[in-house]
Structure formats: C-alpha cells, structure tokens
Ligand binder design. Sequence first.
Ligand code: FE2
Length: 230
Amino acid sequence: MDTSTDVLADQVRAKRTAIDNDLELLRVKVAQADPRRVDKEKLAKRAAPVVGPLLAGAAVWMLARRRRAVGSLEQLLVHTMGDLYRAELALLPALERMRAAATNPDLVSAFQQHAQETRGHIDRLERAFRSIGAKPKRGVSESVASVVAEGERLLKRRVDPDVRDAWLIANAQKAEHLEIAGYGTARTFAQTLGYTFAAQLLQETLEEERATDEKLTRLAERFVNPQSIR
Ligand SMILES: [Fe+2]
C-alpha cells in the first residue's frame, strides 16, 4: 500500500469514527423523542454529509486497491514484460528521431543499430509472451514515458550540435538503464517461475541493452562530451 492509499485509509477510518459518533448521538435523541415526532427527512439530511463522503472515499480506496491488485509473481512478470513491451514500442520511433537529430557519425550509427535491435526486442517480447500463454497490453509505458517526453522537448530546442549529441546520449542512457533494470527483473521472475525459454529471450535482450549502454558511454567519453565543451 502506498502513501496516498494510507492517507485515504486514514481518512476513511476517521470518517467511519465520525459517523459512528453521529449515529450514536442520533440514536440517543431518537430514543428520547416521541417516535411519532421523528422527522425521517431531517434525519437523512443530517446523516448525508457524513455518509456521502465516506462512501465516495471508500469507493475510491477500493477502486485503487483493485487497480493495483497483483496477486502473484506470474502476474508481476506479465506486468513487467508488458511495461517493457510498451517501452520498446515508444522507444523505436524515439530512436529514429534521435538518429535523425544526431551529428556525430558514430552516434548516428549507434542509434541506427539500436533501432534495428529494438525491432528484435519487440519480437522477442512477443515470443516470450506467447511462451508463457499471455498477451501484452498496448498503452503508455509507465517507466519510460517521462524519458521519451524529455527527448521530445530536447529535439525541439535550438542547441549546439555537439551539446545536443551529449544530451541525446544522456537521454538515451536513461532509457537504457530503465530497460536494463526491467529486463533483469523480468528475466529473474521468469527463471523463478520455470519459464526457461522466456528467461532466455529476456536475457538476450538484456545483454544487447547493456552493450548499447556501454557503447554510448564510450562515445560520450571519447568524442561527444569533449567536443561539447570546446
Ligand atoms: Fe530495448
């Protein structure tokens, strides 16, 4: 349970206590009053401000719990692989745009090669999904959405070409690090669950992501960063 859910749970508990107190007060008043003179509408109006928000809060809390429900390691594997799949689909066009924006020929070639590899990563994930009898969902990757958005902002800015190359590498490496973490986690989940073939596919991609990350580091250290401080 995260902090927001804790806060919501505390609010629900506080409201529940408040309504219990109010209802107890009402019960005392009703017991003291002549039953023929109890105004049911007035009673309902008095309870509504407490009951309404309580029910709404409880509904939101239950919905949040339901949305986040991941009941098994298998579901967590599907969730992790799904996020990787959506990340690769988002990164493929982003890599093409980064390649077009890069100046250093080695960087252009690195982006070109990784875009080609990324097509293979998408294919491997689809095969891994089939091998475990699951399907990926389309949508936005929670892990790389902000990196892709930052890349888009970068490409719209007027920046010195060498500085832009350094920035492109930094942005690409953020995505690589997220992917490396995701693939390493998914590979280990798959191994733990006995999905040997899926684990092997995830490991192959993990190695390519690591190799790309190292290549980008070498490029940054040898060519791009020194040029960008001229
Ligand atoms: Fe990838």
